[in-house]
Design a protein around this ligand. Structure first.
Ligand SMILES: *Cc1c(COP(=O)(O)O)cnc(C)c1O
Length: 435
């Protein structure tokens, strides 16, 4: 059978073990226990640098706004702050964490289709950079809250541009059926702008759209950029509205498996910048600052989850199950939307494969599968299995199902590791109980 080619985001050390940020994965498992999610923070920094460099080379004013929902932790916010990257939040809880993590409030934007009055009050109180307004109710609510607090806030108007992008396809939907943002084609976006321009306490900074996630093709971004600049031209002509910010969202695809060939930050940004520049020039429009909101692409490939194997079950002629000490509680993506990963034996990542096996978790759901039908070497109980590219939407979607504690998270770089999120204990899981 085949010998694995290691993906380029997976490295081996001299002992032949998989390593993460220069730290031996077997040592990580011994030191922190399993399951553990280990980030190579140099990968996050490289991604940020690649985005920035492409903007800087083009001489474009820009902001990188990390989408918190991909992975939110105090250590992550500290890393972002040091690199001058902003973040979005989609709840009071994310805002609280971002502020605790030392994010400059000015660098925070608040997203969401149903921000509660309490959340908006909190955001206004903390003087965050901007609120991305999403619906008419929110505009009225926010204006009232600002008035009560005697404050003016900056807002960005979220538009549903009628373009949806999936991994390899993009579709122009005409009228958008997204729950997010003001629909463009039916005139709702224009109505929202007039409301915002009339609101006493709201300052319109610009416009926003986000067309999808895990996108590999640039065409959707090109199309969105053209549509958004044309919209700004219309609004310039009609309302003499000058947008300072054009936020084109996130969704840049990453490599989960050998079959994935993402373009990388530079290619996406280059296309976005060139399209906006060309379209602005054509329409004789002032070039706005360009913001992007990468989530997955900053953190996804940076982390590898380490598990310890336990029981195996061979059903002759049907399937080999290998069970690990985690599962859907630390990574629900395979169960939730069929996400595909590849597992490696941490001690011998490209050992010769001898079996097809399905890696399952320890949760009481048949759907608790991490990897289905993969070629693997012989696996014994107490081996360490590594699943790379688990840095996005893993921990942030983690649960305590079956009262399994959430895993520990470590940051690794230059051969050093540092615990950033403790493993959840039994006692932690009883914290909310009223005794
Ligand atoms: C989820 C989301 C992002 C980030 O998407 P990724 O696929 O993780 O890059 C950015 N902007 C908005 C508005 C989002 O909802």
């Amino acid at each position: 059978m085949e010998v694995f080619n290691l993906p380029d985001n997976v490295q081996k050390n001299q002992a032949g073990h998989l390593q993460i940020g220069g730290v031996d994965s077997i040592e990580l498992a011994q030191k922190y226990g399993t399951p553990v999610i280990a980030y190579d923070t140099s990968v996050i920094k490289q991604e940020i640098a690649a985005f920035k460099k492409t903007f800087l080379n083009a001489g474009i004013k820009h902001r990188i706004v990390y989408a918190s929902k991909a992975f939110s932790s105090l250590a992550m916010y500290r890393l972002l702050s040091e690199d001058d990257v902003g973040c979005d939040v989609v709840s009071g809880g994310e805002l609280y964490a971002a502020l605790k993590g030392g994010m400059d409030p000015e660098m925070i934007e608040f997203h969401g289709n149903n921000k509660t009055p309490a959340e908006l009050e909190y955001a206004v109180q903390e003087n965050i950079g901007c609120i991305v307004v999403d619906n008419f109710y929110e505009i009225e609510l926010l204006d009232e809250i600002c008035s009560a607090q005697n404050k003016k806030v900056s807002v960005v108007l979220r538009v549903a541009p009628g373009i949806e992008a999936e991994t390899h396809k993009y579709i122009s939907t005409g009228q958008s059926n997204s729950k997010f943002g003001f629909d463009l084609d039916s005139g709702q976006a224009k109505k929202a702008l007039t409301m915002l321009l009339d609101a006493d306490n709201l300052e319109v900074l610009g416009v926003h759209c986000h067309i999808g996630s895990q996108i590999f093709a640039v065409a959707g971004f090109e199309m969105a950029a053209v549509k958004m600049v044309q919209l700004l031209k219309q609004w310039k002509d009609e309302f003499n509205f000058d947008a300072q910010v054009l936020n084109l969202g996130g969704g840049f695809g990453i490599k989960y498996n050998e079959d994935d060939h993402p373009l990388g930050p530079a290619q996406f940004v280059k296309t976005i910048v060139q399209t906006v520049q060309a379209e602005a020039q054509k329409n004789d429009l002032m070039l706005p600052e360009i913001w992007i909101e990468p989530g997955r692409s900053l953190v996804g490939e940076a982390a590898t989850t380490l598990y310890t194997t336990g029981s195996t079950k061979k059903v002759p002629g049907i399937c080999n199950f290998i069970a690990v000490d985690g599962g859907m509680g630390d990574n629900i993506r395979p169960a939730l939307y069929g996400a595909k990963y590849t597992a490696f034996l941490a001690a011998a990542p490209n050992a010769r494969t001898t079996q097809k096996a399905t890696i399952v978790g320890k949760y009481c759901e048949s759907g608790d599968v991490l990897v289905a039908d993969q070629d693997l070497p012989e696996v014994h109980p107490e081996d360490i299995l590594a699943i790379p590219s688990t840095g996005a939407y893993g921990y942030s979607m983690a649960s305590n199902y079956n009262r399994n504690g959430r895993p520990a998270v470590v940051f690794c770089e230059n051969g050093h590791s540092q615990l950033v999120l403790k493993r959840e204990t039994y006692a932690d899981m009883l914290h909310l109980e009223v005794e």
